[in-house]
Design a protein around this ligand. Structure first.
Ligand code: ZN
Length: 80
């Protein structure tokens, strides 16, 4: 009778462990990096450099008088 209880306990733990795991293939979809809802503003918004018009993430762009620039050189070049 003791063994039956142990086996039952193991089965229950195993079942909970299995159902607690993420699904087999549902988690592998391409929707990526939805991890941080706290900084929703800092997503990858693209801006164009005012001189060479290259696109870069806003977080990496330099902000000048007339808009965004890809580098300090281009910001100066535009007379900011
Ligand atoms: Zn540039």
């Amino acid at each position: 009778m003791k063994y039956l209880l142990v086996i039952l306990l193991v089965l229950v733990v195993f079942w909970i462990w299995r159902s607690g795991r993420p699904g087999p293939k549902k988690a592998a979809q391409p929707g990526r990096s939805r991890g941080k809802p706290s900084d929703g503003k800092e997503t990858t918004e693209m801006v164009a450099c005012g001189v060479c018009h290259i696109h870069l993430p806003r977080s990496e762009a330099l902000i000048g008088r007339d808009g965004f620039y890809c580098s300090e050189a281009h910001r100066r070049e535009d007379g900011a």
